[in-house]
Ligand binder design. Structure first.
Ligand SMILES: [Zn+2]
Length: 380
């Protein structure tokens, strides 16, 4: 089975949104209480509580907590599972000696999602609207695409981001026996001045709005920091910043989905560098946004390729930009050298040259392979 998630926008009425917010508040309190209980149990009796210990008490907790009792029982269980996962991750990090980060108490403003089992507390009605336990009426959904007919819908997550509500269905699709396609292969390099460059000579510029968006974000952040803590103006400024960040994230996601879709449709083999995206993202600030986009592009390439029968190859990233694709000689370049110029006569865009090297490595071919004819090269 392949796991996929399908997200849809919700249009709750004001009354419905108020109840949904109330529900997240109740779940947030439950989460914090459960965390408190774990801390106390350890402090007093050196006992590590598990999910089952806490879940067995949920019924009793709901008996005394009227507010919590309103809402879905199984969604309450999911809150406890979420805490359990946070602890599991914490213990895992302890073992690998990574920075441990003990699970934290959550602020209501950050606790913005709740998980359901579909059919238990949350159902899709015949009217194609959502019914959520305790929420009055049915919630309108924008079905911008159909759920796949063969899908088994398991879980659903209700979430609120910058004042907008979403439902995300986790579905399982039967495995498709996709034969690897025949067709052309391509190497892709993370560009220096562009977002990516391909071995076919195509360069995709980093969309200009990323710069503009970063500028606006700084302006909104400054405005926020000028507001007095706890003031109404501060709250408004915070909402403006959150809406702007969500908008930028949407633009980026949309752009990257379209780009990865177009690459997967055109090529049967895609070769990439094995870059440590997390480490890169921490390197240079100017580059950070672009690197984040690169990581996202890679992930969406990977899953789109899997269901389209396109192969992905990841190659050693060392010296891809310092090697001549025509003769294999080392050609040193600084960051400011835009052009690859080799003594063998090969002249091309540095990113395109690197993409060609990546393609050669993926196919185990030597220098000269995958080069476009010189007429094509001059045309580019
Ligand atoms: Zn050369």
């Amino acid at each position: 089975m392949i796991q996929r998630s399908y997200t849809y926008r919700l249009y709750p009425t004001k009354a419905q949104a108020a109840v949904l917010t109330e529900m997240l508040g109740a779940f947030c309190d439950l989460y914090n209480a459960a965390l408190q209980q774990r801390i106390e149990a350890y402090r007093r009796q050196h006992k590590t509580l598990r999910y089952l210990d806490q879940a067995s008490e949920l019924k009793a907790v709901r008996a005394v907590d009227e507010r919590l009792a309103h809402f879905s029982y199984s969604a309450g269980q999911q809150v406890l599972r979420r805490l359990d996962k946070a602890f599991a991750a914490f213990f895992r990090r302890l073992k690998t000696k990574a920075k441990a980060g003990f699970p934290r108490f959550q602020a209501k403003s950050r606790f913005n999602s709740a998980a359901f089992r579909v059919g238990d507390g949350l159902t899709i009605r015949k009217s194609k609207r959502l019914r959520v336990i305790c929420v009055p009426g049915e919630i309108k959904v924008k079905w911008h695409r159909d759920l796949p007919a063969s899908a088994k819908v398991g879980a659903a997550v209700l979430s609120c981001s910058a004042g907008t509500w979403f439902v995300c269905f986790q579905i399982a699709l039967p495995d498709q026996e996709d034969q690897p396609r025949d067709g052309t292969a391509v190497g892709i390099d993370v560009g220096l001045s562009s977002l990516i460059a391909t071995s076919d000579g195509e360069t995709v510029a980093t969309p200009r709005w990323t710069k503009r968006a970063a500028k606006k974000q700084r302006r909104l952040q400054r405005a926020l920091s000028r507001c007095k803590r706890g003031s109404r103006r501060r709250l408004k400024a915070k909402q403006r910043l959150a809406r702007h960040s969500a908008h930028t994230a949407n633009q980026r996601r949309d752009f990257l989905h379209k780009l990865s879709r177009s690459l997967v449709e055109r090529y049967a083999l895609i070769a990439l560098e094995d870059l440590d995206v997390d480490r890169l993202a921490r390197s240079r600030l100017a580059q950070a946004v672009q690197n984040a986009a690169w990581g996202q592009l890679r992930r969406s390439l990977a899953y789109k390729a899997a269901s389209a029968g396109t192969r992905m190859e990841v190659v050693d990233p060392r010296a891809t930009s310092q090697t001549c694709p025509a003769c294999g000689a080392g050609v040193a370049k600084t960051l400011s050298d835009r052009l690859h110029t080799c003594s063998c006569g090969c002249v091309m865009d540095r990113d395109v040259a690197a993409a060609t090297i990546i393609l050669q490595r993926a196919q185990g071919m030597g220098p000269g392979h995958g080069l476009r004819s010189s007429s094509q090269r001059t045309a580019a």
